[in-house]
Design a protein around this ligand. Sequence first.
Ligand SMILES: *Cc1c(COP(=O)(O)O)cnc(C)c1O
Length: 479
Amino acid sequence: MTPADPDLEGAFAQVAAWIGRYYRETRSYPVLSQTKPGDLVRALPSEAPVEGQAFERIFEDFQRLVIPGITHWNHPRFFAYFAISAAPIAVLAEALAAALDVNAMLWRTSPAATELEDVTLGWLRAMLGLPSTLHGIIYDTASIGGFTALAAARESLDLDIRARGMAGRGDLPALRVYITEHTHSHVEKGAIALGLGRENVVRVPVDDAFAMRPEALARAIDDDVAAGRRPMCAVATVGTTSTTSTDPVAAIRAVTRERSVWLHVDAAYGGPAAILPEFRWLLDGAHDADSIVVNPHKWMFVPVDLSVLFVRDPEQLRRTFSLVADFLETPETGVHNYMDYGLQLGRRFRALKFWFVLRAFGVRGMQERLRAHIALAQELASWIEAAPDWQVVAPHPLSVVCFRYVPGGIEDAKADALNTAIMDAVNATGEVYLSSTRLYGRVVLRIAIGNERTTRDDVALAWELLQREAFARLPLTAR
Ligand SMILES: *Cc1c(COP(=O)(O)O)cnc(C)c1O
């Protein structure tokens, strides 16, 4: 098939029809892929075809071989990790972006890609109630946005690490990063990649609601300074990955400001809830953080990948990363050349899908969807709380509920195995998919609601299957 080929539009029409059907019939697919390791590798030849093949054959193999190996993240009964979804309107935008195939490394290599990024992130900033002093930039993931913020925090210490590096220097103190046991693992990975060392990632104690204790943070920082170590960055999370707990950002900001420590706010999942007036408080104190991450690809119906890093001082990113090769020099001034603000040179046109979604939903539509998810999670928590032998085990302010099945008098270790067995059995049905975590060392089941098309019936089915599998595992005498 070539651009001149009359079959081209026919192929597009076939794909469009397939996608339309997929959205109508998503529930007919097993959520968790039922394939075994190696199934797809064995089904495909070990070398690329020498002669080109027809679209029909490729598309048939996509449906016959690839689809069974898909775990359907876009399924309304995907409740694992953080549930996500691709709004259909964003799929259209992705098709258009792929067709344009722009590389927005410099403003001039597609002015609209850079400027649409500035416009949509300005909209997002206002929706979140963040001040216009923050500047947003799109990265692929929160992990990379967080790494970028850490690198800027390190450069802001004025230790000349950009020029001289860290190795072999007797004049460098240990650089310290403050997190909690509930902080997402990308922060520690970033510390590894930046040569800080895992032992310089400090776990600050949390309270009963799994939130960082600001006074413990203050003590940790002061102890480090007294011992000759250099505090570099504290990370506050709005919506942790295990339980969606939120660290007290304003109190943490007060501690870090007084001590001139960079504050990074990881609001990858929880941030979007601040679009709701009743959840504005989530970002209290974040308005003057040094950096904030929010993931539209998590709970704003934008397909993977699109993560936003807001920074107070975008010039700090340029001071950290900018290296302009001769062949990339351009005459424009007063424009953003986003290759200067991070590791990657090439950049996809990600803002297009976000712009489509924000326009198609409007602020109100976004608010309604988020509110509906939070309400579903609260209703699920009330069902679990009312059921004998089931416990809700963490606060659930947003759209995630953590719970555990503990039939009378069972030992902790046995309850762990039992909960894992129930989850595995429920997931094996293919009807729903949920995941687990650990709290206080014990296995805890977790239902995350976040798909645009999830209904009350979908959540009720998950709860019914959990109860069924739990009942099936009770000793006969106890039934
Ligand atoms: C999901 C999540 C991340 C990681 O997001 P990616 O975009 O996949 O890197 C980081 N932090 C928090 C709090 C998250 O919920």
